[in-house]
Design a protein around this ligand. Structure first.
Ligand code: SAM
Ligand code: SF4
Length: 469
């Protein structure tokens, strides 16, 4: 009999990719994916621990499963991902009905853990080694995952895929759990990456986004020499069928001239760079141990502007980090004004157990002040983004069409004309009236109107057809 699995994924792109791998593996083991927990024999929660709020949401979702498990003890519940690695036994304590806790580096073990439960071995935990629990190489190996398994049906769109080129992080920013939950930084071998990219191209994938916590720090050494991100992009660029190459997330200090000129010279590379600044204040950056000053960030930014003048740059900011004064905060506002980011993700600082900031710094910015700074920074960012988008009004942009927009909704399922959405080469979101068959196509769209997050336009070819050309 076919078994069924439901998976809920929260958090970053790494988690989206991990869930795709898990489902590919489970399908190979006879599982079928269902859309609701009620219909599932196996319920999986792929979790995030970047902020407390994300964790509490997961614990609350798990709490709601207590009754389900009481009524259907044969259903299995698994907690996967960063929270599993971080909290381990705590999850069994807070939600004793959970059957499996599996860290992001151990996801390949899932089918075996299920078998163990079925053979009466009780609940199962598979987590990677902590950073100090063994030699660096041994710890690193325990965080490796099983990337070559792919399942296009699990992607938001089958023609766009994530490809992990780097595991873990060694930067140890004082606020961040990732170096603990994802382990030491490791560049995957170019041979593996290229073969996975070829599989993706054969599956009909047109756009690949390379993933790494500090993706531009990517390095892989072998007998043949060293490969960096620029070298990898050159090789990926040769693969037929792949038309767009993106990479996230960039670390400001490693944004080399060589990488920028490579992006400029390879037409498939998107002129889009997500390079989080985190703060516009040197004092805060120092306490965050980000490893650069505002001046160095601005030097990097000017390097981007001179080599890739058309590039869209986006950022992340944390507001209310330990000791952040009004003056410090104002410097983050100033930075957004100066850099005019395409968009910024803004987060209120959240204390994370096991980090240096949690151990050594006081979380002294009141909650209301964090919320207020968040709103204020977002308002500035939105204004700057709208002004940036205004420059595109009246121009034609090339859009990789993803599918019907959220607004198109179910109501329009039978309609031939629906609002479609896609992205430009610079990662700007575009909506236009079109039809579902346009998904996966690269179309020229004339921009008629803009908001801070969206370009609104019409397809050029439709326009020509409608006037008989
Ligand atoms: N590796 C990427 C980098 O360094 O930019 C991003 C990693 S993290 C998944 C994404 C974002 O979450 C970070 O850029 C940071 O802004 C935010 N973040 C990380 N830890 C946080 C914390 N403790 N509180 C609030 N935001 C946090
Ligand atoms: Fe976290 Fe810093 Fe590593 Fe990004 S670079 S994952 S913020 S430790």
């Amino acid at each position: 009999m076919t078994k069924t699995v439901y998976i809920k994924t929260v958090g970053c792109q790494m988690n989206v990719l991990d869930s795709e791998m898990v489902i590919a593996d489970l399908k190979r083991n006879g599982y079928e994916v269902v859309d609701t927990p009620d219909a599932a024999d196996l319920l999986l929660y792929n979790t995030c621990s970047i902020r407390e709020q994300a964790e509490e949401k997961t614990y609350s979702a798990l709490g709601k499963l207590r009754d389900t498990k009481d009524r259907n003890p044969e259903k299995k519940i698994g907690v996967l991902g960063c929270m599993a690695q971080k909290d381990q036994e705590v999850i069994f304590r807070r939600a004793p009905f959970v059957d499996m806790v599996v860290g992001p580096g151990q996801l390949h073990a899932l089918p075996q853990l299920i078998t163990n439960i079925d053979s009466g071995e009780g609940r199962q935990m598979a987590v990677s080694l902590g950073r100090t629990e063994g030699k660096q190489a041994v710890v690193a190996r325990s965080h490796e995952t099983f990337d070559p398994l792919r399942d296009p049906s699990m992607r938001p769109t089958p023609f766009q895929a994530y490809l992990r080129i780097q595991i873990g992080c060694d930067k140890f920013c004082t606020y961040c759990v990732v170096p603990n939950t994802r382990g030491p930084e490791q560049g995957r071998s170019p041979v593996e990456i290229l073969s996975e990219a070829r599989v993706l191209a054969e599956q009909g994938c047109r756009e690949i986004t390379l993933l790494g916590q500090t993706v531009n720090s990517y390095r892989h050494r072998s007998e043949d020499g060293e490969t960096d991100l620029a070298g990898l992009l050159e090789q990926l660029h040769e693969i037929d069928g792949i038309e767009r190459l993106k990479f996230v997330t960039n670390y400001p200090k490693d944004m080399t001239e060589r990488l920028l000129t490579t992006v400029r010279d390879l037409p498939k590379c998107s002129p889009y760079l997500h390079v989080p600044a985190q703060s516009g204040s040197d004092a805060v950056l120092k306490r965050m141990k980000r490893g650069y000053t505002v001046g160095q960030y601005m030097d990097m930014f000017e390097r981007i502007e001179s080599i890739l003048p058309e590039a869209a740059v986006s950022s992340d900011f944390i507001v209310g980090f330990c000791g952040e004064t009004d003056e410090d905060f104002q410097k983050s506002v100033d930075m957004i004004e100066r850099c005019r980011f395409k968009n910024s993700f803004i987060f209120q600082y959240s204390v994370r157990g096991g980090t240096k900031a949690a151990e050594r710094l006081e979380d002294d910015v009141p909650r209301e002040v964090k919320a207020q700074r968040n709103n204020e920074l977002l308002a500035v960012q939105n204004r700057v983004a709208k002004e940036g988008n205004e420059k595109l009004r009246g121009t034609t942009v090339q859009v990789l069409v993803e599918g019907p927009s959220k607004k198109a909704g179910k109501a329009d399922e039978d309609s031939s004309i629906v609002q479609m959405t896609g992205r430009t080469h610079c990662d700007r979101i575009v909506v236009f009236d079109g039809n579902r068959r346009q998904a996966r196509q690269l179309l020229d769209v004339h921009v008629d109107d803009v908001t801070s997050h969206t370009l609104i336009g019409r397809v050029r070819t439709v326009e020509l057809v409608s006037i008989g050309l």
